[in-house]
Write a protein that binds this ligand. Sequence first.
Ligand code: CAA
Length: 279
Amino acid sequence: MKFSVVGSGTMGRGIGQIFAQSGYNVVQVDVSKQALDNARVAIIDSLNKLERKGSLKDTPDRIISRMEFTDNMDSISESDMVIEAVFERLDIKTETLKRIGATVGKNTIIGSNTSSISINLLSAYVDNPERFMGIHFFNPVPVMKLVELVSGEKTSSDLMKKVYELLVTIGKDPVTVRDFPGFVSNRVLMPLIREAILAFEESVASASDIDKTFRLGMNHPMGPLELADFIGLDVCQDIMEVLYTNYGDPRFKPPITLRNLVNSKKLGRKTGEGFYKYE
Ligand code: CAA
């Protein structure tokens, strides 16, 4: 099978990497040459980490040689499966899905890595929506075993089964969820992050003590504020917006501190500052 991933940010490049690691050829697409260069560097770094632990079946050089990095969308035309992993914005996702549909064959499997947008809504932009589904990975993709598989009303049950089995063969452990905003992961995670931000706003404790509460009290690998920085504060805000718009419930409303950090381009780890400062 030949895979393509459209979008080469943190999630997209991780998705491309794990398929290349499993022996498949991957076309890694982005409109930005800079994003493609960054993706290649990050993938090499991740592969080197995995090699040091002895968890690669192949050398990093051979794995990277199975990947084509390109800004030319026509390169995906021969793909058996394409995963869309562009920004979490409805307009960008729908444009991208239309482009993918116009470029690949009628039977090519199309997945969206959306973390909150409705698969039924997105499926309106895909011809043959029975070959379309949500395939939601977790960051860092090469490390996290979970994938949320989201079935839209038109998604074929054979496709769900096929993709489930494929992901198991590449070392993932998926769950199957219905098409509800935020699915399971972000519906439950975002109110936690939001409440932690509100506790921080109300000076209940320092950011580091809020996080320590969850690391030491609940054995979470990261506290909610460090996790928000890790996910990207802009991404958290976008997901909360989708949840708030769809459920109309204030428990999803992006807090003012989150908005202020995003407006001042303090987006977390990726920009060097969010709730914490990074080297
Ligand atoms: N590629 C390969 N290996 C990696 C890696 C990468 N990108 N990042 C980390 N690792 C490996 C490290 O090599 C290390 O391996 P060993 O333990 O075998 O030495 C291991 O992962 C742990 O890494 P570190 O020691 O550097 O740091 P850590 O112990 O703090 O772990 C972490 C890092 C795995 C990210 C951990 O902190 C963690 O699990 N955090 C929570 C992550 C999480 O919740 N992700 C989901 C976010 S939500 C999401 O993605 C979906 C959404 O829609 C918002």
